[in-house]
Design a protein around this ligand. Structure first.
Ligand SMILES: Cc1cc2nc3c(=O)[nH]c(=O)nc-3n(C[C@H](O)[C@H](O)[C@H](O)COP(=O)(O)OP(=O)(O)OC[C@H]3O[C@@H](n4cnc5c(N)ncnc54)[C@H](O)[C@@H]3O)c2cc1C
Length: 405
């Protein structure tokens, strides 16, 4: 008989894990996926395109209903798991139903951080995490009233872009002195800011939100330096927090995320975690690629093979507010490293390659990202680059042709 394997969360990591599992361990498990969102797993990354009106919400499903059915996966969606009983091997679902498991995978993702300032609970304060949020933001955009977006990372920029594209007047507030400071150096962030401003988005840096003003509804935002921005709504995009409550209530080890070892095992027997809710070697990733790498390893483990996960070299390769951005590895450049830089602000292009001990160790690209995956490959493979160094900046084809000549 197949062993009952339950996955909590029906997001991107869960869908990829099932995809890997049906290839590696077909028939070994009776798989059930329980997810809180009331729809089939979808590509969360594409929520930005849905908000920008470039993709329809029903087009972002990762797999059609028939795919899940044909592989014998039991899907329960619109169901929140409220407790895990490790000893009795049982889950509780809101509404008092319980589900038994032999092995359990937690793939519960993250939640947006709520700001700890007065007014954060007012009507008109939104977040940007799931398709229900996007429905609300689209309704907000249709009203064309001024909106403040708090947070100048990827999500804040995407929310600002989507709303501005729909004709809303948007002010983006960022606490730090540059946008996307965890992915971009100062010149790249400055260029991104000017490209974003060209789309009609007002960007305020060093902007520390002191309170969200209003009595029942949002009327504006006040900064700690006294500035006030009038607004009808606020979108909070100031970070995420891994969803760890189930694991911590069940007595598993949790730091920022659910602590897992190199086999993606949590601290309780037969229980695993992956994706944004997991913490591996002290790192919680907030991107899809690491979740997919973890899914591959966990599927191998569950199939009885000896795979291990050693962490991911994180790369950001995306369109931010319509601008192509890539960042990977040590893009700042540690002491002793060298940088090759091409800075063409008028054409909206910036490229920086960081080299250390004869290897490419980091890169930032804005505008022209055509060679991003090649640079990423070089960084990951830690290949010696002496033979291509002088032409590397001009891309793969130029560098390899020059090397062959
Ligand atoms: C708008 C947006 C744009 C993004 N763009 C990019 C990008 O360009 N590149 C990139 O790499 N990453 C991007 N990300 C991040 C990426 O989407 C996540 O890294 C990825 O979805 C993580 O997968 P996950 O399965 O761990 O979490 P999720 O996809 O969030 O799935 C977790 C699921 O678990 C469910 N859940 C939680 N608790 C429970 C419970 N108790 N019971 C039942 N179900 C539960 C949640 O409802 C959710 O559906 C973006 C995210 C957003 C929101």
């Amino acid at each position: 008989m197949s062993e009952p394997l339950v996955i909590v969360g029906n997001g991107m990591a869960a869908a990829r894990l099932v995809d890997e599992l049906v290839q590696t361990a077909l028939g070994r498990y009776a798989i059930a996926v329980i997810g809180e969102e009331p729809r089939l797993a979808y590509n969360r990354v594409l929520l930005s395109s849905v908000l920008a009106g470039e993709t329809a919400s029903h087009d972002i499903e990762l797999k059609p209903a028939a795919w899940w059915r044909d592989r014998g996966v039991t899907l329960k969606y619109g169901c929140r798991v409220t407790a895990v009983d490790v000893g009795r091997r049982e889950l509780k679902i809101a509404g008092d139903e319980s589900v038994e498991f032999s092995r359990l995978v937690l793939a519960t993702g993250s939640s947006p951080l709520r700001l700890n300032v007065p007014g954060a609970d007012l009507l008109g304060v939104h977040t940007f995490r799931d398709s229900r949020d996007v429905d609300l933001l689209l309704a907000l955009a249709a009203r064309k009233k001024p909106v403040v977006v708090i947070g100048g990372g990827l999500l804040g920029l995407e929310a600002a872009y989507g709303l501005a594209k729909a004709g809303t007047s948007v002010t983006l507030l960022h606490l730090m002195d540059r946008l996307m400071e965890r992915q971009l150096d100062v010149p790249a962030a400055d260029l991104l800011k000017s490209l974003v401003e060209r789309k009609g988005i007002a960007v305020l840096l060093n902007a520390n939100t002191a309170r969200i003003c209003g009595t029942t509804r949002v009327e504006g935002v006040e900064l700690s330096d006294g500035r006030r921005i009038e607004a009808d709504a606020v979108v909070l995009a100031a970070g995420i927090r891994p969803n760890t409550q189930l694991a911590s209530d069940a007595g598993m080890t949790v730091n920022r995320g659910i602590v897992v070892d190199d086999r993606l095992k949590a601290s309780a027997e037969g229980i695993y975690a992956l994706g944004e809710c997991a913490e591996h070697r002290g790192v919680c990733y907030g991107l899809v690629e690491p979740a997919y790498e973890q899914a591959r390893v966990l599927a191998q483990q569950l199939a009885g093979r000896n795979a291990i996960y050693q962490g991911s070299v994180v790369a950001t390769n995306l369109k931010v507010s319509g601008v192509s951005v890539f960042s990977a590895g040590d893009f700042q450049g540690e002491e002793g490293s060298e940088a090759i830089v091409l800075d063409d602000i008028r054409r909206g292009t910036y490229k920086k390659l960081v080299i250390s001990e004869g290897r490419l160790v980091g890169a930032v690209l804005i505008g022209d990202v055509g060679d991003a995956l090649w640079y990423l490959e070089l960084i990951r493979a830690r290949k010696a680059i002496a033979a291509i160094r002088k032409d590397m900046m001009f891309g793969r084809s130029v560098a390899l042709a020059a090397k062959a000549a």
